[in-house]
Design a protein around this ligand. Sequence first.
Ligand code: SF4
Length: 799
Amino acid sequence: MIKITIDGQEVSVAPGTTLLAAAEFVGAHVPTLCNSDRLESFGACRVCMVDVAGRGPVASCHTLAYDGMVVKTSTAQISRLRKNIIELVVSEHPLECLTCAVNNRCELQTVAAEVGLREMRYDEVKIDKPLVDDSHPFLTLDMDKCIKCARCVRVCDEVQGSFILAMEGRGPDHKVIAGNDTGLAEAKCASCGACAVECPVGAIIDKGTQSAGIPEKIIKTTCAYCAVGCGLDVHVRDDKVLRIEPSIDGSANRGHTCVKGRFAHEYARAKDRLVSPMMRDETGELVDVSWDKALQFVADELTRIRGEFGPAGFAAISSSRCTNEDNYLAQKFTRTVMNTNSIDNCSRVCHSPSALGLGRSLGTGAGTNSFDDVEHTKCILLVGANPTEAHPVYGARIKQAVLGGAKLIVLDPRQTELARLADVHIQLNPGSNVAIVNAMQKILIEEGLIDRAFIDEYCEGEEELLAQVADVNIADYCDIGKVDEGLLREAVRLYAASGTAMVLWGLGVTEGAHGTKTVHGLINLALLTGNIGRLGTGTNPIRGQNNVQGASDVGALPNVFSDYRPVTDPVARREHHAIWGVEPPDNKGLRIPDMFDEALAGTLKCMWITAEDVAQSDPNTEHVEAALRALDLLIVQEIFMTPTAELADVVFPGVTFLEKDGTFVNSDRRIQRIRQALEPLPGTLADSAIYQEVALRMGADLGLGTPPLASDVMDEIASLSPMWGGVSYERLEELGFLQWPCRDSDDPGTAIVHENGNFMRGKALLYPIPFAAPAELPCDEYPLFLTTGRQLFHYNVGT
Ligand code: SF4
C-alpha cells in the first residue's frame, strides 16, 4: 500500500489507484464527465482536475497515486479551470434543456450547476444542419448534443465488444460515427443500448424515452428472457413501463443488458394479452367465461379424473418462464392434490442431459462455477453454444475475456461470432459430438496431458474409462466428425496446458441424440486435467430460459422433490409429509415425452400446461398435437393465445414477470428476486393464485395463503431443501442474490461448487462414454441437417 494525503487526510491505497478513486475513498467529490466506473480511464474532458503539490493541475481519472503525494481536490485555481472547461463544453451544446429528453438526468447539467456556470462568454451554438441519426429502431443519435467524451464508443468496445461506434474528424468536425458513418441501423449494432446508458447528455437516447418523462417509481427486478439473469431497473408511471435500464448493481450483468431485456417489454401491455378465462362452448369454440365458472369446472373435472383414473390420469407441465414459487406450487398441487409425480418442465427437452451427467459424475446437476470465472480463466472450451446470440450479456463477457488474452476453443458446426474470434475452431460435423469428445479424451491420455495427482486423489472410475478409451481410434473418430486431427490435437493441448481452463456448453451438446454421453465426456476432460473446483475452471452448461434452472431446482420434475431429493428417499418423504400434511405420491411420474405417449394410449386423461407452448416447440409436432387432442381435458395457463392454448378446453390467463413477485435462478445458480412493477391486467390472475383457487375448490389447500405469498412459498422451499436452507426474501433483499448451495442463514452462498476436490458425491466419477454413431443424419426423405439455436432478436416461440 502507498500513502497519500488528500485534502489534509492521509490515506493508504493500493498501487495502481487513480487519484479520482483515492478521492472517492476519503469522501471528496470530484466532478467528471468522461469517466465511468466500468470503463478504462480516458482523460478526455479534464473536468476531474485536482491539484498535486509540486505538479499543479492533473486529470485525476488517469493519474496514479504515488507514495507521499499531496493532493487538493478543490482550490481556487482548480475551480476556475473546471468552470472554464464546462463553459467551453456548453458553448458547443444546444441550450434546450427544458425540452431535452434527459432533462433532470443530464450529467452536464449537474456539473454545470456544480461549478457555478451562470453566464456564457461565447455565442450560443447555431445548428445549420442537425446531425440526427434516427435510423435505428430503438435509439436516436443527436450529435449536436455530443460532448465528445467517447463513453458510448468505449462502452461499445470495452463492455459489449461490438466496436460499432468510433470517433471521427478533428476540431469542430470531431464526432461519433456508427459503422462507416452509414447510420446506426446500417452498422448492424447489437442494440444493447449501452451507448445510451453511458451517454452523460442527450446525444444518444432510447426512442421510448423522448416523451416519457420522469418515472413515479423504479422497480428492481430480473430479466425474464434468458438465464443470464440480468438485473433490470423498471421505470414506471401510470402503471406503464416508461423504459427499462440495466441495474448497475445487477450481479450477473453489472449495468449491461441485451436488446431483449432492455427494449422488449411492450408485450406486458399488448392488446392481445389474454384477459379472461376461456372454455369451449357448445359449438366447440373457445369463448370468454367468468373466473368462477372456469375454476369450478376445472376443479370438478379434476376431482372426477382423480377419482376415476388415480395418479395415472393427470400430468402437469410447469414453466421455466415462471417463478420458483409458481413452479413449487405447481408440483405441490400435482403431488398433494392430484396425488401423482407426473410433473415436468422444459428442461426435459434442453438441459436434462446436463443435469443427469453432472449429477452422476459430480453429485449435483448444476454448473460448477460462476459467470465471473470467465474473467479469471486462461482458456475457454465452448461447445455447441452461441452465447453472443443466445446469452448476449454473458457472450459479451466471454468476448471481453478473449480480447483480454484468454484462449478460446470453439467446437461448433457453425461459424458463430465467437468461433471467428477463437484460437481454434473445431467445425465438427453435426451429430459427431461423442466421437470428437472421445478422441479428445484419448489425445489427453495418449500425450500424457492428464493431471495424475488430481485423478489419484479426487476421482474414481479411471480403470473403466481407460478400458473404454483404449478402443478409440483418433483418426477414425476425426473422420466421423470431418475434423482435422492436427487441429484437434492443438485444441486439446491448449486446453490441458492452460492450467486454468473452463468448459461451457449449450444446446448443441444436449438437444440431440447422445447428449448425456457428451456431457460426461466434457466432464471427463475437466477431471482428467484437474480443471475443476477452482476459480476460472469447471464444467458449466449455459442454461436457456430465464428460470429453467429454478423450475427443476424446486421439484418440477417427476423423480425428485425440490433440491433434487429423490421422491423415493424415505427422509425426504417424511419431511414432505410433515409439512404438506399428506403422504407424497409414490407412483413413477411421467416425463414430458411419456405424457404424450400415455395421452395417445388413452391412459393419461388430463394435462395442465403452464406457459409452455409444446404444440409449437416440442419435437414431432404432429405427435404432440395428436396427444393433446386425445386428452379428455387440456388446461393451459398462458399470457397469449398460443398454438397449445388453441387446443385447450380451458384457458387461464396468467400474468407477466412485470406483474408479480418471486424469484428466478439463473444459469450459475444465482437466486434473484423479481418484483412486481405493474398491476396485473384486469381479468388475469397470478399463476400461483390459480393453483390455489383450484385446490380450494377441490377441498384442498396449498397452505401458503390465498393468493399465496411469494416469500412464504420461499420459506417452505427452504425448509424442505437442504441446499436452499439459508435462502429467504430478507436475505435476498440484503445481499441482492444467493447462489445455492446456501445451507443456513450464515451461509453466503457458493460461487464454486466442489471446491478443492470436495465433490458432492465424495470422489468424482470418470464415466466411460462408448462410441455412439451420429443419429438423425440426413437421408433422401429428409435431406437437410437442422440444428437448434437462438437468435439475438428472437425469443423462443415468441410468447
Ligand atoms: Fe435478459 Fe438475457 Fe438479455 Fe440479460 S442477456 S437482458 S437476461 S435476455
